[in-house]
Design a protein around this ligand. Structure first.
Ligand code: 5GP
Ligand code: MG
Length: 171
């Protein structure tokens, strides 16, 4: 399968600098914890936090969607082995891509239940025309068309995550 480049390394780097500046300004003096959704946001996490020059903590959660064989719709399964204590913290939830919105919406509620003082969201990519759950990310990197993308952390069958750019996977 071929990967057609969509967003190159320079564009991603420049955009993360901008997002870092905004996040820095918005969270100065606040107890910031960035919670990244594994595995897709790993590369964005590493690059984004180095553009935020204020104290912060990092935590991880793993979220996987399963399409049930017998039930209709999808179930989100969380693994919180490496999740931080977010009680009283201002949480910024980071995911690779907002597609239907289910993952982010579910995790926002979950983090609030865990006692976070506030929960905002940041996504590297936002797919246009696919959203099912109404959630507005507070920060996003790029709007992209409805295509299956890989690279810069995003996978297809656990491959392509290491590509330094985002591209469309072509059959
Ligand atoms: P949502 O819950 O918003 O439907 O889905 C978000 C999750 O679906 C992302 O964290 C990502 O794992 C996966 N996903 C959605 N669209 C794409 C895509 O185009 N490429 C890849 N690799 N994963 C995607
Ligand atoms: Mg994901």
């Amino acid at each position: 399968m071929a990967v057609t480049p969509l967003i190159n390394e320079t564009e991603i780097r420049e955009r993360l600098v901008e997002l870092g500046r905004r996040i820095e300004a918005d969270y100065t003096g606040r107890p910031l914890t960035i919670v990244a959704v594994l595995t897709g946001s790993l590369v964005a996490l590493a690059d984004l936090i180095r553009q935020i020059h204020i104290p912060l903590r990092v935590g991880l959660v793993q979220a996987s969607s399963y399409r049930g064989a017998t039930t209709s719709g999808t179930t989100l399964v969380l693994n919180e082995t490496f999740a931080p204590d977010v009680a009283g913290r201002d949480v910024l939830l980071l995911d690779d891509i907002l597609d239907t919105g289910r993952t982010l919406a579910t995790l926002v509620e979950h983090l609030k239940d865990r006692g976070a003082a506030s929960v905002r969201t940041v996504v590297l990519l936002r797919k246009v025309g696919r959203q099912v759950v109404p959630i507005e990310p507070d920060y996003h990197g790029f709007l992209i068309p409805d295509a299956f993308v890989v690279g810069y952390g995003l996978d297809y069958n656990d491959e392509y995550r290491h590509l330094p750019f985002v591209g469309v996977l072509e059959e």
